[in-house]
Design a protein around this ligand. Structure first.
Ligand code: GLC
Length: 527
């Protein structure tokens, strides 16, 4: 029998931007609880919530100051417990973000660590002497492409950070640190959550010898300071630690371990675990990263992923996140629908990024309104973190006051209230596709076989004991003719306006994708 997370449709919430309940302009826990009816109506059942922990919010909560406290901006622990109860009552599960790679520099651990060289917590972070000439210990660059080491005047040493200087990396070679992290995990598992999303999973360890990294010569467009992170990422020790975290989760029974892994596919697949289980679902961003958005490229991306997937590995699909430009902005509205139909009909667990089900586009903002600390480096992510537009009321029903980030460009046409009423909306397309996954078990299975395609379209089969399905997607802005592998009935089209039976040649309108249930299980072979 499939595990609950294999059957699930996942929905990613960026908590600061989902719903403000107390009128301060920031999203919060009670806001999420108040919108669970909507999520239930939509049909999603695995909710991944971004970090809620106490934090100075320099990096939107990915800079944790206490792993076992809720930040007041989000509410209280009682609010959290109520939200969790309400989710479970609706048959939904909660996956929390978890960030063991680093903390905020405001975390008590770091405060102690930096207070003196002989503080017992000194070794909880990565401190080193510089080179004799006064330079940092090595040439590593952080994710803003600045030196990854920051000088501490008081104790005259450098500390290492992969992200911002205000996010010092924990020293996971120290067993006491691992135990403290596991204490934090156990705290939330004991409260009844259903799993974790492991942040920055590949970057937990660094080379013990701190060897200099080479410039990344493969990246044509590599800006100065861009290194090939061979010594600060994907280190062998990382695998053992993730397996250890997984064992902790498994002790709690039927939990899910999701993780952020960014690597070429062959190395990526190792994060499922080879000798021992690691992540159930390392985030698959293959299709999301496919450029240019052309059918042959996308087809190849899907196939390569499916082929390299370990025998017992379960697929998943991610089209958007709080770190990359909005789906509808990247691909345009019509192709965003095509991409969503693919994601919800490919085998495996789909992850919908909040707002993408509406076709929400980027938020525009002036330089003064920018919040993300990556913005000054040209890497800002505010545009994809805009408030969820609920209605055409003031502030799109997100808040009684001006939201912390500007609303997305098209919030008037694509908010929840308007989209629910429009039977052709992107929102209703999502709802229909999710309902179809529930009704048709084959769509929830793992089987997938590519069919034909060309420069304009791609097609694939989903086959199982209970039937055979055909998906065809037109990537071009002209109609295309696709040869049908038999007779079938259109279950859904991205236009939300066809349900006829087709055979012979299928005409797809410009930018249209369809899911068809084949009636004749006959002659054309899937392979
Ligand atoms: C992950 C998060 C990102 C955050 C970073 C540092 O990549 O997705 O938003 O800035 O980790 O924790």
């Amino acid at each position: 029998m499939a595990a609950w997370w294999q059957d699930a449709v996942a929905y990613a919430i960026f908590p600061l931007s989902f719903q403000d309940s107390n009128g301060d302009g920031w999203g919060d826990i009670n806001g999420v609880t108040s919108r669970l009816d909507y999520l239930e109506w939509l049909g999603v059942d695995l909710i991944w919530l971004g970090p809620l922990y106490r934090s100075p919010m320099i990096d939107a909560g990915y800079d944790i100051a206490d792993f076992t406290m809720i930040d007041p901006v989000f509410g209280t622990l009682e609010d959290f417990d109520r939200m969790l109860t309400e989710m479970h009552r609706r048959g939904m599960r909660l996956v929390m973000d978890f960030v063991p790679n680093h903390t905020s520099d405001q975390h008590d651990w770091f405060r102690q660590s930096r207070s003196s060289r002989d503080n017992p917590r000194r070794d909880w972070y990565i401190w080193r002497d510089g080179k004799p000439n006064g330079e940092p210990p090595n040439n590593w660059a952080d994710n803003t492409k600045q030196p990854a080491w920051t000088w501490d005047e008081a104790t005259e040493q450098w500390y290492y950070h992969l992200f911002l200087p205000s996010q010092p990396d924990l020293n996971l070679r120290n067993p006491a640190v691992i135990e403290a992290i596991e204490g934090g995990m156990a705290y939330w598992l004991d409260r009844g959550i259903d799993g974790f999303r492991l942040d920055s999973a590949m970057n937990l360890y660094e080379d013990e010898l701190l060897r200099d990294e080479p410039k990344d010569e493969d990246l044509d467009s590599a800006p100065p300071g861009w290194m090939d992170h061979v010594f600060s990422s994907d280190r062998p020790e990382t695998h053992a630690l993730i397996a250890r975290f997984r064992r902790l989760l498994d002790r709690y029974g039927d939990k899910v371990f999701v993780g952020e892994v960014q690597a070429p596919l062959t190395r990526f697949m190792r994060y499922y675990g080879r000798t021992e289980p690691m992540l159930h679902l390392p985030f698959n961003t293959q299709v999301m990263k496919t450029e240019p958005w052309k059918p042959r490229k996308v087809d190849a991306s899907i196939e390569q992923y499916m082929q390299l997937l370990p025998e017992d590995g379960w697929p998943n699909w991610v089209l958007g996140s709080h770190d990359v430009p909005r789906l509808a902005t990247r691909l345009g509205q019509a192709q965003a629908r095509v991409a969503s139909l693919l994601m919800l009909t490919l085998p495996g667990t789909p992850f919908i990024y909040y707002g993408d089900e509406l076709g929400l586009e980027r938020s525009q903002f002036s330089p003064e309104e920018a919040v993300d600390p990556y913005e000054p480096f040209g890497l800002g992510r505010d545009a994809e973190r805009g408030p969820m537009p609920w209605s055409s009321e003031a502030n799109a029903g997100f808040s009684a006051t001006k939201p912390w980030l500007p609303l997305g460009d098209n919030h008037r046409e694509c908010n929840v209230a308007v989209s629910r009423e429009d039977e052709h909306s992107m929102l209703n397309l999502h709802r229909r596709l999710i309902a179809l996954r529930r009704e048709h078990p084959v769509l929830r299975g793992k089987e997938y076989a590519p069919a034909w395609g060309d420069e304009t379209f791609l097609a694939y089969y989903r086959t199982g004991a209970a039937g055979r399905y055909f998906v065809a997607a037109n990537f071009s802005d002209k109609p295309v003719e696709v040869e049908m592998p038999g007779e079938g009935t259109i279950l859904v089209s991205t236009t939300m306006s066809r349900t006829e039976t087709v055979s012979g040649m299928l005409t797809l309108a410009a930018n249209e994708a369809v899911l068809i249930q084949l009636t004749d299980s006959g002659s054309s072979d899937v392979s």
